[in-house]
Design a protein around this ligand. Sequence first.
Ligand SMILES: [Zn+2]
Length: 205
Amino acid sequence: MMRGRWRKLGATVRPILTDIPGSSLMSLNRSTTSHFSSATQEINEANERCLGSVQINRTADGRGYGIFAMRHFAPGERVIESIALKSFDKPHSHSIQVDWKSHVYIDLPARFLNHMCDPNLRAQLNDSNAYDFVALRTIEEGTEVGHDYETTEYELSEPIQCGCGSPKCRKVLKGFRYNESEILKTHDQQVLSPYLLSNKAIRLT
Ligand SMILES: [Zn+2]
C-alpha cells in the first residue's frame, strides 16, 4: 500500500515552514504564514481544513510525513488544492517549480506530498500560480497519494534516491532535464507542468 517509499538525500519530505532558510526569499504573503506558531499547528490546521478528504500522517515505514486519502477518489477528481506562500527564482529542496524561473513554496497538505515514479496524482497549474493535484486513477481510502516530482522540476536542487518499488522507478531523480526520455516513455505529456512543454529554446541550461 505504501507506494511512495523513497529516500531523499537530505530531508525526507518538503518540510515545515520553520525549516526554510530565510535568506534570498521573496515573500508573496507573509501574513499567510505568520499566524502559525508551530509546525504542529500548521499540520493540524491543514488536517482540519481537509477533513474527510486527505490527511497528513506519519508513514508506517518511517519516511516521515505522507498524505493519505480519507475517501475514495475517481480518476480526474481534484484531490488537493494548494496556494503559493512564497516565491523563489531558483529551486530549493522544498519548492515546486511552476515556470522556467519560478519556484514556489506551497501550503500544506500539498507541500508534504511524497514523490512517486508511478504517481496516483498529477500536478495541475491553478489560478494562484501553484498546483492542484488531480487523481490519475481510482484512489481508495487509506492510500498514500503522491505525484512525480520530475513532472514539475526541471532540475532538482539536490538528487533524490528513490525506492518506491515501482517497476517504473527511475532510481535517481535529478529533474526532468535528466530523465526526460524515461519520463516520456511512461507518462502522457498532459501530466507535465505546462512550462516544460513551452518554448524549449528558453530553457535555462
Ligand atoms: Zn521511484
